[in-house]
Structure formats: structure tokens, C-alpha cells
Design a protein around this ligand. Structure first.
Ligand code: PGA
Length: 252
């Protein structure tokens, strides 16, 4: 039985006091481990302060990005070791905003995933198609390519330590959610692809979460799908009320 993950991606939002206030509310509302794992991805600046609040709680911390090198002349970048140092257990890799706005390629993402795993971080590896790709019938081909390239040379053992996030780009921040059936269809395809590409992967245990305009109103129907194991929540994770509702609905 997979334990679902509900992850908040705060993107470039929240000052340190705002992040700390949210973390305190969260800790109060969810003091014990529940039926879903809660993961919060604050901006880099707030990681340590959020960690201070959440260190003796069951809530996990994620970074939103990292560099693949361990250290060196990479001005403006943050390494996996630094993230572990700041208390992160997860790191989001390959969010479509990183791919599109910052030119991150599959090759870079593959290096990041290898480094993250080596450092003991769980990568939340994001994949998803554009509207144009969906409309031209290329969704499965794109998803397969992103998996193949992003997970190049990952072992069957390591695949168990990776969370996949299906985020159709046309549904991110647009208010358009994939219907539960559209999402389920791709999640099933991702699971089958993992089963085919990684011989002993136990693909039935791979955690595949959905992202793209998740809100309390659509959480239940998405989570009812057999291959959807949680959510990566952007906009609706910025306010405590809706995010807490999403967690509670997913624990039903
Ligand atoms: P959204 O963002 O929930 O605002 O659509 C999701 C994401 O980008 O991870």
C-alpha cells in the first residue's frame, strides 16, 4: 500500500516570517504522522527557519531545485549537500518552470537526479506535456522520452527512491486541471513505462503524484484514481486553509 504524498511547492513566494507562520500552523494541525506524507518546499531563504519549526514533526522539507555538482564555481547555485545540511529530505527536479524559463535539459536533470540520490535526497522528478503536444497526440511519446532521458542509468533499486510528478504544463497555474481520467491515463502509462524500463522496479510501489491546479474541490476525485498517489500543489498551497483541506481530503 503506497502512502500518498501531498507536497506544497511555494515557488518564489513567502518571506521567512510568512514561511515560519505557515509551518507553525501546519505543525499544530498535523502533529502526528497521518495517512499522507506532507512535504513543504519553501524558497531557499526560508529552508533553515522552516526546518527549525518542523524538526520534531512528521512534516518533511523539500528544496525546489539544486545543482548537480557537489561544490565549486557555480555562482547562485545550491548543492545537494547544502540542502541536506538545511534539513531537506526531498528536492523537486525538472519542474516545467525550470525547464522552460531556465533552459534545464533532460541531461542536466539526469545529473541532478544522480547527485540527489547519492546525497540521500528523494528527487520529486517532474514530467509533463505542453498543450500543443497533447493536442497533437504526442503526450505518451513525450512522457516516455522524459522518463527515458531523465532516468538514464538509474538502477531498479534507485527507482524506488524516486517520486514522479506528472504535471501537464497546460494545467499549471492556469486553473485548468486535467480531468481525473485524463490524469489517471497518464499515471497508468508512467507506471507501465517504469515497469518496462526497470526490470525489478516494483512499479506498483512507485509513487506518482499529480500537479496542475490541484485544489480542495478536485483533490478527492483525483486521489480516487488508482494510479494517483498524491499531489504537488502550487497556488493552493500558499494559503493554510486550502492546503490543510487538500491534506485532509487525501487522507480520507
Ligand atoms: P499549481 O502549480 O498548483 O499552481 O498549478 C503546480 C506546480 O507548478 O507544481
Amino acid at each position: 500500500m503506497i502512502k500518498p504524498i501531498i507536497a506544497a511547492n511555494w515557488k518564489m513566494h513567502k518571506t521567512i516570517p510568512e514561511a515560519v507562520a505557515f509551518a507553525k500552523q501546519l505543525k499544530k494541525e498535523f502533529p502526528e504522522p497521518g495517512r499522507a506524507d506532507i512535504v513543504i518546499a519553501p524558497p531557499f531563504t526560508a529552508l533553515s527557519s522552516v526546518m527549525e519549526v518542523l524538526k520534531d514533526s512528521p512534516i518533511h522539507i523539500s528544496a525546489q531545485n539544486m545543482h548537480w555538482e557537489e561544490k565549486g564555481a557555480c555562482t547562485g547555485e545550491v548543492s545537494a549537500t547544502m540542502l541536506v545540511d538545511a534539513g531537506c529530505e526531498f528536492v523537486i527536479v525538472g519542474h516545467s518552470e525550470r525547464r522552460i524559463l531556465f533552459g534545464e535539459t533532460s541531461k542536466m536533470l539526469n545529473k541532478k537526479i544522480h547527485t540527489a540520490l547519492k546525497s540521500g535526497l528523494t528527487p520529486i522528478f517532474c514530467i509533463g506535456e505542453t498543450l500543443k503536444e497533447r493536442e497533437s497526440g504526442a503526450t505518451f511519446r513525450i512522457i516516455q522520452k522524459q522518463i527515458k532521458e531523465g532516468l538514464n542509468n538509474i538502477t531498479s533499486d534507485d527507482i524506488r527512491r524516486i517520486t514522479l510528478a506528472y504535471e501537464p504544463i497546460w494545467a499549471i497555474g492556469t486553473g485548468k486541471t486535467a480531468t481525473p481520467l485524463q490524469a489517471q491515463e497518464v499515471h497508468r502509462f508512467i507506471r507501465e513505462t517504469i515497469a518496462a524500463d526497470f526490470e525489478h522496479a516494483r512499479a506498483s510501489e512507485t509513487i506518482i503524484i499529480y500537479g496542475g491546479s490541484v485544489k480542495p474541490e478536485n483533490t478527492g476525485s483525483l486521489m480516487d484514481q488508482p494510479d494517483i498517489n498524491g499531489a504537488l500543489v502550487g497556488g493552493a498551497s500558499l494559503d493554510f486553509g486550502p492546503f490543510a483541506d487538500i491534506v485532509k481530503i487525501s487522507e480520507r
